[in-house]
Design a protein around this ligand. Structure first.
Ligand code: FEO
Length: 387
């Protein structure tokens, strides 16, 4: 395992997690990487770490350039364990290394690891650190997406080390986006935003503002490919996503027991089609919740359907609702629907849950047992009148 040269004296020394398929509930179908970067200067500097089980891979890559005990400075942009798991090993191999991180990271790291003897240097925004020929400027970006997050900028190299921001879960031998299919890169960046960053739109806008004036040739995130050709495009997309900008597009998300709620879902789709509103029909039996979130990122209308099962919602729909509530997309119009036998509680439950997220709700629709022609006609008419 070798270090990969990124620019003069800056190396990628991370790890590739080819088999990762689940990142706290997010289907990572292309695996991921945990990116760490090494700057060779008067002060040998490691920026970020990797998951604990990838420690040997990172150490091998560092060792291809320099003995890890020679590391003078460790910059920890974020404490989540996919980026800090190897930190205890590094601090034991380089006991004199100075550790730079946010004040919240100091507190967090002390609650994750035995940090006895670690030389903490809590930093503030705008603080700088000279490494020799290069320097580092720190910008704290709390809640993008944990309280401890920060990004670091190297003006001499024009590199922004953005940690989780601008990441994508892609395992690949390519390190720079210029060497990777752009459509897959963009899709994975979108999925990453929708499933990780979405709740923190306001903080993302603040972070984008804080780094807006910087001259940036490369953005080095902590997951996936380094951005070279996609910088302007991704800043524009992050600005759009963070402001919850939506299109005239509908998602009809549902599960069904005996096909009745599915019939309703198809009638809802036809209604949007007749209104010339683009739509996607997403069965929760066939679409992973994290993929549904990717579709949802720019959709204005969110229709969610479940039949009533034992006075409740189907488990697949309940799972999606819990996930959606946590990610809390804003500026959406919601529509609850479903079939029922006798109770019909699921429809109100969905309606109330979506309303609690802040969705503006349309009048919901429910149909007993199997939808008849008249029932479908009424459903379509009721929905059409509200669009
Ligand atoms: Fe990639 Fe917040 O960890």
């Amino acid at each position: 395992m070798q270090a990969v040269k990124i620019t003069e004296n800056v190396y990628w020394v991370g790890a590739i997690d080819w088999n990762l398929r689940n990142f706290h509930g997010y289907l990572t179908q292309r695996g991921s990487t945990y990116n760490a970067y090494l700057i060779i200067d008067e002060k040998v500097t490691l920026i970020d770490n990797v998951k604990e089980y990838c420690t040997d891979e990172m150490l091998a890559r560092i060792s291809s350039i320099i003995d890890p005990s020679k590391i003078d400075v460790v910059i920890q942009n974020h404490i989540e364990m996919d980026h800090s798991g190897s930190l205890p090993k590094i601090m034991s191999l380089a006991p004199n290394a100075e550790l730079y991180c946010s004040p919240n990271a100091v507190k967090g790291l002390k609650m994750h690891y035995n940090t006895e003897g670690w030389k903490f240097n809590p930093v503030k925004s705008s603080q700088t650190l000279s490494l020799g020929k290069n320097s580092i400027a720190f910008t704290l970006t709390p809640m993008v997406h944990w309280p401890d997050n920060m990004v670091t900028y190297c003006p001499e190299q024009k590199i922004l080390f953005s940690n989780d921001a601008f990441g994508q879960h892609i395992a690949s031998n390519e390190r720079i986006d210029t060497d990777y299919p752009e459509s897959i890169f963009t899709e994975e960046a979108k999925k990453y935003y929708a499933n990780i960053v979405l709740p923190y739109g306001k903080m993302v806008m603040g972070a984008l503002k804080a780094v807006a004036g910087l001259k940036i040739d490369l953005i080095c995130p902590s997951h996936g490919l380094i951005l070279k050709q996609n910088i302007a495009k991704m800043v524009e997309l992050y600005t759009k996503w963070a402001s919850n900008e939506v299109k005239e597009k509908a998602l009809i998300i549902y599960d069904s027991m005996w096909g009745s709620t599915e019939k309703m879902a198809k009638a809802i789709a036809a209604t949007f089609e007749e209104k010339n509103i683009t739509f996607e029909l997403l069965s929760l039996q066939h679409n992973h919740i994290s993929d549904v979130m990717t579709h949802l990122i720019d959709a204005k209308y969110i229709c969610l359907g479940s039949p009533t099962l034992n006075n409740n919602i189907l488990p697949t729909v309940a799972q999606f609702l819990a996930y959606l509530k946590g990610l809390a997309p804003q500026n959406r119009i919601g529509f609850a629907f479903g079939s029922f036998g006798w109770g019909g509680q699921s429809i109100k439950m969905i309606n109330d849950d979506l309303e609690s997220v802040g969705f503006k709700m349309l009048k919901s629709a429910k149909i007993q047992y199997v939808p008849c022609q008249e029932g479908i006609k009424n459903l379509k008419q009721t929905l059409a009148e509200q669009l």
